[in-house]
Write a protein that binds this ligand. Structure first.
Ligand SMILES: *[C@@H]1O[C@H](CO)[C@@H](O)[C@H](O)[C@H]1NC(C)=O
Ligand SMILES: *[C@@H]1O[C@H](CO)[C@@H](O)[C@H](O)[C@H]1NC(C)=O
Length: 331
């Protein structure tokens, strides 16, 4: 007897995820991390990251680095956003981090695909790159706040204090870069139209650039402020008028610019991947370092594999859990 129709999607899903697992690299098991002496009994740190096969090596390194430097690693819960339910990604996480508390949240790319305009770098147009816009929809309503991290970073400090950053009236906290040329993130078509530029009127302060790879988000304020709809609104405008060139960053600058709680710069030493075109080696910004972020085209695992690493890529290597001798080792 042929399988009844409802089985077909299920079979297809099985086949697809079997094909995906075939391509997944293997990772070493990370040691179990234990709480230090002064961990609060009633406070969990919630961290959201995306998880896909392309960035899996980066994600496992990021998780490893977070646990290793946390004073209370047993009190961290991870929320991994995946495109479609992917059992194999989950299995990779649980075998790499057997005692990790984590949840998988499925994000349907079709939700955002019609709103994405192509940017200067194809990797920026991946729907999963936009998942951060949907965190308040994907995560449980009971969660008051979340720390969002990109997958191309390592954390060298205790994330507890960052998670507990006082947000004041703001929905988002991130390091602010007020010396960066904010105007350059938008085109003349944007700046010449008062209907667009009036969006910044009445904001608590002058809009400054911030990087969306490290954000503390108050999920309640986010929902109350309808920020997902506001971000989508700008993406829809961009489908009609070329008001900016980059991917998911400019809508964030438009919606939150001038309304972000500042965080110390040490929490996002970004740009280590170089620019979006060539991915040349970059230096650290002056000052302390609590987080290294390879935003830009170059990724440390790719440059290390190609035997042409940048000097700072060697700071990523200690967190690389890729199993030596796995098929991916000699690429
Ligand atoms: C934090 O971890 C300890 C175990 O070391 C546990 O007893 C406590 O309940 C945890 N608290 C939370 C809020 O997860
Ligand atoms: C900032 O960028 C805009 C647009 O690219 C440019 O016209 C302007 O001269 C820049 N300002 C500074 C101070 O560099």
């Amino acid at each position: 007897m042929p399988p009844s129709p409802p089985f077909f999607p299920f079979l297809l899903l099985l086949l697809l995820s079997a094909a995906a697992s075939y391509a997944l690299p293997a990772f070493r098991e990370a040691p179990a991390f234990r709480n230090g002496p002064h961990c609060p009994a009633d406070a969990t740190v919630h961290i959201a990251m995306t998880l896909d096969s392309t960035y899996l090596r980066g994600s496992t390194a990021a998780v490893f680095s977070i646990l290793q430097h946390s004073s209370c690693p047993e009190n961290i819960t991870f929320h991994f956003i995946t495109a479609a339910p992917d059992l194999h990604l989950g299995r990779t996480v649980s075998t790499t981090f057997p005692s990790l508390e984590f949840h998988l949240h499925a994000f349907r790319p079709s939700v955002v695909l019609p709103m994405i305009s192509s940017s200067i770098r194809p990797a920026l147009d991946d729907p999963l790159n936009y998942a951060r816009i949907y965190l308040a929809d994907l995560l449980p309503e009971s969660l008051p706040r979340v720390l969002y991290f990109d997958s191309d970073l390592v954390v060298l400090d205790d994330v507890g204090p960052l998670f507990n950053t006082p947000l004041g009236s703001h929905a988002v906290a991130a390091p602010l870069y007020c010396h960066a040329n904010f105007s350059a993130y938008f085109t003349r078509a944007f700046w010449s139209n008062p209907r667009y530029t009036s969006t910044f009127r009445g904001r608590p302060s002058e809009p400054c650039y911030f990087n969306t790879g490290v954000m503390v988000i108050d999920l309640r304020k986010w929902r109350e402020g309808n920020y997902r709809e506001k971000l989508e609104g700008w993406m829809k405008v961009r489908r009609r008028v070329r008001i900016y060139e980059l991917g998911s960053l400019p809508p964030f600058l438009l919606v939150f610019g001038g309304d972000v709680e500042g965080v110390e710069h040490r929490w996002n030493q970004h740009g280590l991947g170089g620019d979006n075109m060539e991915g040349r080696c970059r230096d650290l910004h002056p000052g302390a370092v609590s987080l290294l972020h390879w935003s830009g085209k170059g990724k440390p695992w790719l440059r290390l594999d190609s035997k042409r690493p940048c000097p700072l890529d060697l700071l990523w290597s200690p967190y690389d859990l890729l199993k030596r001798g796995s098929v991916f080792d000699d690429r």
